[in-house]
Write a protein that binds this ligand. Structure first.
Ligand code: KG4
Ligand code: ZN
Length: 357
């Protein structure tokens, strides 16, 4: 398979309808030919969170338009596409089904292979779309639904070093923002609030900071913010609480990343160690600065995927599809949508009451 490969990727696991076409030339160089993402912020903002049925309805309404746009922008003729890749999990089942079925129908009608993709594997490999990066590398995935440290050892090869035992970090940002009266999704705007506040004004808890290795917990932090926010009135106090929250998160990530580094160092070569920070929250400037500092101290190369590849997109899904296509890892058209689809299948499920670390 030395010829040019063109993969069409589809992503509908949550509230983004996305289609992308990527190409790998015969020298192994990857190019993103189109990367169309349509977000549903306006649909969900009045509810303060994603409403699955509304998200699914919007995917149904938009998927063919988004696909047409991606195909037109890429300049590719559909008959030249090598394979179709679609997210099969994890995510909201009613949403996953839309993109998955659209992808299956497209692959059947074009008579080309169909490839189901783990959304998290998309995030994990996404920096390889535009950065030279050898395996293994350490990944911190921080998004609205996931927070994990993973050793990325190759296609389909992941070792989870740590995970959140309750809320995801993006969820924690969004919930805090909501308590401060910021519209959903509040994560990005909360950072703006934080810049205007006094970060030492409120002392917030750092759950499981001294135990549980590089596992994380944010639920206690949310409860503390809920208590404080009910008694604050002025705009300045809101800024102060946002700043205190931002600072606490940075400090938690500093400690936990150091632990993740120490664990990763045990089974990676000293030279050329890289630390990738991906997922929507990786756009947070304060977190970036703090993690770059930890990298310098430990001699790791920090890698941040481009902003448009940090959040949910279909180029990362097409990339995993491309890697699987090269090793002929195809799926049948009866592949089900899987709401829960861990990257490291051997890792223990660490969520809910009674979790022991
Ligand atoms: O990866 P992503 O686009 O979607 C998921 O797979 O969840 O991540 C979205 C999350 C949201 O919770 C959003 O509030 C958060 O990323 N986010 C941020 C920032 N930009 C996006 N959180 C903190 N600071 C930011 N600058
Ligand atoms: Zn995601």
């Amino acid at each position: 398979m030395n010829e040019k490969k063109i993969i069409l990727g589809i992503e509908t696991s949550c509230d983004e309808t996305a289609v992308s076409i990527i190409e790998e030339d015969k020298n192994g160089k990857i190019k993103i030919l189109s990367n169309v993402v349509s977000s549903q912020f306006d649909i969900h903002k009045e509810f303060g969170g994603v409403v699955p049925e509304l998200a699914a309805r919007s995917h149904v309404e938009k998927i063919d338009l988004i696909a047409k746009k991606a195909i037109t922008e890429s300049g590719v003729n559909l008959k030249d596409v090598s394979a179709i890749a679609a997210t099969s999990g994890p995510g909201l089942i009613v949403c996953l089904t839309i993109g998955l079925n659209f992808g299956k129908a497209l692959s059947a009608s074009l008579n080309i292979p169909f490839i189901g993709v783990n959304h998290l594997e998309g995030h994990a490999l996404s920096p390889r779309l535009n950065t030279k990066l050898n395996f293994p590398y350490l990944l911190l995935l921080i998004s609205g639904g996931h927070t994990q440290y993973l050793s990325v050892n190759g296609l389909g090869k992941y070792k989870r070093l740590g995970t959140t035992i309750d809320d995801a970090l993006g969820e924690s940002f969004d919930k805090t923002a909501k308590l401060l009266g910021i519209e959903f999704p509040g994560g990005p705007k909360l950072e703006g609030f934080a810049k205007q506040g006094d970060a030492d004004k409120f002392k917030l808890p750092k759950p499981i900071i001294n135990r549980g290795g590089c596992n994380l917990s944010f639920a206690g932090l949310k409860t503390a913010i809920l208590k404080i926010s009910s008694s604050i009135r002025s705009k300045q106090e809101k800024y102060d609480l946002a700043a205190s929250f931002q600072k606490t998160i940075e400090e938690i990530l500093e400690v936990k990343t150091q632990i993740a580094f120490d664990e990763f160092k045990k089974f990676s070569k000293k030279k050329g160690r890289a630390f990738v920070i991906a997922g929507g929250v990786a756009a947070n400037i304060g977190i970036r600065k703090k993690l770059i500092k930890v990298c310098k101290k430990n001699n790791f190369r920090p890698v941040f995927p481009e902003a448009k590849l940090c959040g949910d997109n279909a180029a990362m899904i097409a990339l995993v599809g491309l890697e699987k296509y090269k090793v002929k890892k195809f799926d049948n058209l009866d592949l089900p949508a899987s709401p829960r689809l861990p990257l490291d299948k051997k890792a223990k499920f660490l969520k809910g009451a009674g979790v022991r670390l």
